[in-house]
Design a protein around this ligand. Structure first.
Ligand code: 0X9
Ligand code: ZN
Length: 317
C-alpha cells in the first residue's frame, strides 16, 4: 500500500502521526521530494517541511500551515495537498505539481499543536512563557517583523489572544519560518498562509485599511478566480475576498503582510478555510476532504490567474 493510504484523512492526526507520514512520503518519493527542517520550536521540536520539485527553475509557492494551534483543518488540508501533488493522475493536478516548486510546512506551531491534542483543544498561540506575566504564548501571526504592533492590530498584553510578543520575531517558530523564506525569496512567487475559519481569501494589508497594495486589483482578480472556482463545485462553498484589514479586522505583523512587504512576494494571501462558524475551529473530520478538494481546485485557479497576470516569471534575473 502507498504511504498515503494509511493516513486516510478520516480523522485529525497528531504531530507524531504527521511526522511519521512525512517520513514515509519522503521515502516513497525520494526523487521529487526533499525534507527540510526550518528550525526548532520553543520546546525543542523540529519544525519540518517538504519541498516538491519536478524540475529546477519552477516558480516557487510557499504554504505556511497551522501557525495557529487549534486550526487543525489547515494541516489536514496541507498533508492531503502534498499527497495529491505527488500521487494524483489528474492532468490539471499533474501540471500544478510539476510546474511549480512547492515548499510546504504543514505544522508551523508544533508546540501549540501538541498542546491542542493533549491539553486544550482551543489553544491558539505559541507556548513560550512571558517574562512579565503568568500567561503563556504569543500570537505568532502578530509576531512578524512588518508593521509590528502598529495601528492597534495586535495586543501588548501577554494574556491577550492577539499578543504580539515582547519584540518582533521573539518566537523561535516565526524566526525560523522567516529565515527560511528569506533564504529562498528570489525563487518565491507565491505565499499562502492557511488558517481557519470563515471562508475568506485575505490579501495584504492587514496592518491598515487606509491603504491597499499597489497591485491590489490583481490580488482581487486572483482571489476572485479562487472564489469563483470553489463556488461552482458541487458543494458550492462561498469564499469572500478582500484586503485583510478591509473585510476582517486590522492585524499587524502577520505572515502575509511580512512576505508581501519585506520579501517582495507580491501574491500573498491568508486563506481562512471552512466553516463560517457552525463548528468553527472544531470542524468535524468529515469536512477534511471536501475542504481539501476545494483548496486544491481553488489553488489551481489562483496559480493560473497569477500566471496570466505575469506573477510566475522568475523574480530576479
Ligand atoms: O487573526 C488572524 O490572525 C487571522 N484569523 S484567525 O481566525 N485564523 O486567527 C486573520 C489574519 C488576517 N489578517 C487580518 N485579519 N488583518
Ligand atoms: Zn489563524
Amino acid at each position: 500500500t502507498r504511504a498515503s493510504d494509511k493516513f486516510g484523512w478520516t480523522r485529525y492526526n497528531s504531530l507524531a502521526e504527521i511526522d511519521a507520514w512525512l517520513d514515509e512520503i519522503l521515502a516513497v518519493y525520494p526523487v521529487v521530494t526533499e525534507g527540510f527542517v526550518i528550525g526548532k520550536s520553543y520546546e525543542g521540536r523540529d519544525i519540518r517541511g517538504i519541498k516538491i520539485s519536478y524540475k529546477s527553475g519552477n516558480p516557487g509557492v510557499f504554504i505556511e500551515s497551522n501557525i495557529h494551534a487549534r486550526e487543525w483543518i489547515t494541516s489536514a488540508t496541507a498533508t492531503w495537498l502534498i499527497n495529491e501533488l505527488l500521487s494524483s493522475s489528474d492532468d490539471l493536478v499533474r501540471d500544478l505539481a510539476e510546474s511549480h516548486d512547492w515548499y510546504i510546512v504543514p505544522v508551523l506551531n508544533v508546540d501549540g499543536f501538541v498542546y491542542t491534542h493533549e491539553k486544550d483543544r482551543l489553544w491558539r498561540k505559541t507556548r513560550q512563557p512571558s517574562n512579565i506575566s503568568q500567561c503563556i504564548g504569543v500570537d505568532p501571526n502578530r509576531n512578524y517583523d512588518s508593521h509590528w504592533m502598529e495601528n492597534g492590530g495586535a495586543s501588548s498584553d501577554p494574556c491577550n489572544e492577539a499578543y504580539a510578543g515582547p519584540y518582533a520575531f521573539s518566537e523561535p517558530e516565526t524566526k525560523a519560518l522567516s529565515d527560511f523564506v528569506a533564504s529562498i525569496k528570489d525563487k518565491l512567487n507565491i505565499m499562502i498562509a492557511f488558517h481557519s475559519y470563515s471562508q475568506l481569501l485575505l490579501s495584504p494589508y492587514g496592518h491598515t485599511k487606509d491603504e491597499v497594495p499597489e497591485n491590489y486589483d490583481d490580488l482581487m482578480q486572483v482571489a476572485k478566480a479562487y472564489s469563483d472556482t470553489v463556488k461552482d463545485l458541487p458543494y458550492g462553498t462561498v469564499y469572500r475576498y478582500g484586503s485583510s484589514a478591509g473585510i476582517l479586522y486590522p492585524a499587524s505583523g502577520t505572515t502575509s503582510d511580512w512576505a508581501y512587504n519585506e520579501q517582495d512576494v507580491k501574491i500573498s494571501y491568508t486563506i481562512e478555510f471552512r466553516d463560517t462558524g457552525n463548528f468553527g475551529f472544531v470542524l468535524p473530520p468529515a469536512f477534511i476532504i471536501p475542504n481539501a478538494e476545494e483548496a486544491l481546485v481553488g489553488i489551481i485557479s489562483l496559480l493560473a490567474e497569477s500566471k496570466k497576470l505575469g506573477y510566475l516569471e522568475p523574480k530576479y534575473i
